[in-house]
Design a protein around this ligand. Structure first.
Ligand SMILES: Nc1ncnc2c1ncn2[C@@H]1O[C@H](COP(=O)(O)OP(=O)(O)OP(=O)(O)O)[C@@H](O)[C@H]1O
Length: 333
């Protein structure tokens, strides 16, 4: 069976949730080491500082952030592994901490480190896990859904890093979760294994599973996320669809200035909507919020002069550039 087939990711048993939102987070805070006693009250360290977001049914929502931004601290609250210091979390209409027994059978969690016994085979590992999973899928189906059928009787210690991550995913999917939490699912994988995992995740989303993904890889969020939030120092620095987050940052045009021409020979840069430029040797880089206007003006100029712009590169900001600018802006704030 393929992971994309409808019966694995689709909504499971119905619960208290009737809204379109599967996850709702309001004013969420989490502190470590705080004590509540008045006489010796200690504030502790606040890792999550009042965040709000929601995730709709069937959406793939990515939480991005630098090291220590508060991603894991947030996701643990969604998974019901800890209680918030303040604010509210609802997953499938329930408080994931106080009503964990209600939501646990309906969520799947892929942690950063699976840590299963290395002497067992994937089949044995899944069988052991199935024993404590409500409504577990057949083991062979779970193995084939992540492409591990051929490796099902090899010891875990002999699996590659990518195969182990796929076994992690198979465990998270064993109970046919409605909501899946993926904590850095491709860290340490090579490019090919990463792309294979992306295919599996896309199939799951297409089959209706709601997915919360944390990742360091901006390209991963760009490839997979319907919406994302960038966390920085426990707060949301930017949020929305990838195109929204990227659209607030300048696009780039780069080209080699033809021999015999100088920067001053170009049309006035402000008239092209250029907001910044730099040159390295003959290479010119322009920044603009009006990519079409700037590119058109430049190309018309080149055509009129009868010259070819070698090495021409015209592109919108990438998520990585937007992310770096947001982080830099916050550091300087
Ligand atoms: N148990 C803890 N006690 C005290 N501080 C903690 C604890 N766990 C995390 N922190 C701190 O809270 C902050 C947020 O950590 P968190 O692990 O949530 O970040 P993250 O975004 O997941 O980082 P990474 O990408 O490195 O995994 C960090 O400064 C971290 O040192």
């Amino acid at each position: 069976m393929n992971i994309g087939e409808k019966d694995i990711g689709g909504p499971g048993p119905s619960g208290a949730d009737t809204d379109a939102n599967v996850i709702d987070v309001t004013g969420l805070r989490r502190s470590y080491g705080a004590t509540g006693r008045r006489a010796h009250a200690r504030k502790g360290f606040e890792a999550v500082r009042g965040i709000d977001f929601s995730v709709g049914r069937g959406e793939l929502f990515a939480l991005l952030g630098t090291n220590g931004a508060g991603k894991t601290s947030t996701v643990e609250l969604l998974e019901g592994l800890a209680a918030p210091t303040a604010g509210k979390v609802r997953v499938l209409g329930h408080d994931p901490y106080t009503e964990r027994r209600k939501i646990r059978p309906r969520i799947g969690v892929m942690l950063q480190e699976g840590g299963f016994p290395s002497e067992l085979t994937p089949t044995e590992t899944l069988r052991m896990w199935a024993g404590c999973t409500t409504g577990a899928r057949p083991i062979d189906e779970a193995l084939s859904s992540v492409g591990l059928t051929r490796r099902k009787d090899v010891r875990v210690k002999q699996l590659s890093g990518g195969e182990r991550r796929r076994l992690d995913l198979a465990l998270a999917l064993l109970g046919r979760p409605e909501v899946l939490f993926l904590d850095e699912p491709t860290t340490g994988l090579d490019t090919e294994a990463r792309h294979e995992t992306w295919e599996l995740v896309r199939d799951l989303r297409d089959s209706g599973t709601t997915i919360v993904l944390t990742t360091h890889y901006l390209e991963e969020a760009e490839e997979l996320a319907d919406r994302l939030a960038i966390l920085h120092n426990g707060q949301i620095a930017a949020a929305g669809q990838v195109t929204d987050v990227v659209a607030t940052h300048p696009s780039h045009i780069a080209f080699d200035l033809p021999n015999g021409y100088h920067l001053g020979d170009l049309p006035p840069l402000e008239s092209l909507g250029v907001i910044g430029h730099e040159t390295t040797g003959r290479r010119v880089r322009l920044r603009t919020d009006e990519l079409q206007r700037a590119a058109t003006g430049l190309l018309i100029w080149a055509q009129d002069k009868g010259i070819e712009l070698h090495g021409l590169d015209v592109r919108s900001a990438s998520l990585e550039e937007a992310f770096l600018e947001i982080a830099k802006g916050l550091e300087n704030a």
